[in-house]
Design a protein around this ligand. Structure first.
Ligand SMILES: [Mg+2]
Ligand SMILES: [Zn+2]
Length: 195
């Protein structure tokens, strides 16, 4: 046995998931309270498909609502507990939720399109980014995913981007665009089964 190869084999593959506009309805006024938080109907099924294929499921989210003083760490974490528990009811286990609480002006290393939180998750869960995907509804998600070497999928369920045409002048383009997370999961299933 060649050690280098076996070490490589032991690495996990993951799907990194944006939160707002990808797993749940986004709001142009930000999601500040649990009462405003609404998971898309298709999210549990989509995540179940990905989990069954052996992907770790890791949420990477910008929550500047905290730095903006519109919400709190406690409220954001209560939303994450709710999300975790709702998914658990449907047989889905999230492997991690990493959020950036900072303001865009803070220039922190963890706010997407920066990759601090993804890199932390890669270390924590021994993930091979090359075999992994990033799914999100914004340019920032696609940029962050690309930077670490993931395949990227843009979903059109966010508040801002409603059509693939809107990516025309992006310097970094998604590998795929799908209607929503469920279609993205099915696409990944198709890609992986043809390998
Ligand atoms: Mg989003
Ligand atoms: Zn940050």
């Amino acid at each position: 046995m060649i050690w280098g190869v076996s070490e490589l084999d032991m690495k996990n593959k993951a799907v990194f998931l944006d939160r707002d506009g990808t797993l749940n309805k986004d709001s142009i006024d930000y999601i500040k309270h649990l009462s405003e938080y609404e998971i898309f109907d298709f999210t549990p099924e989509a995540l179940r498909i990905l989990q069954k294929m052996g992907f770790k499921l890791v949420v990477i989210t910008n929550q500047s609502v905290i730095a903006r003083g519109m919400s709190s760490t406690k409220e954001v974490e209560s939303i994450h507990n709710f999300l975790t528990n709702e998914l658990k009811k449907h047989g889905v286990t999230l492997d991690g939720i990493y959020y950036c609480p900072h303001h865009p002006d803070d220039n922190c290393p963890c706010r997407k399109p920066e990759t601090g939180n993804i890199e932390k998750a890669i270390k924590d869960h021994n993930i091979d980014p090359i075999r992994s995907y990033f799914i999100g509804d914004s340019k920032r998600d696609i940029e962050a995913g690309k930077k670490v070497g993931c395949k990227t999928i843009l979903v059109l369920t966010g508040e801002r981007i409603k059509s693939p045409d809107e990516t025309t002048n992006w310097n970094i383009k998604p590998d795929h665009v799908t209607k929503d997370l469920l279609e993205a999961a099915k696409l990944i299933q198709k890609i992986e089964s043809s390998k």
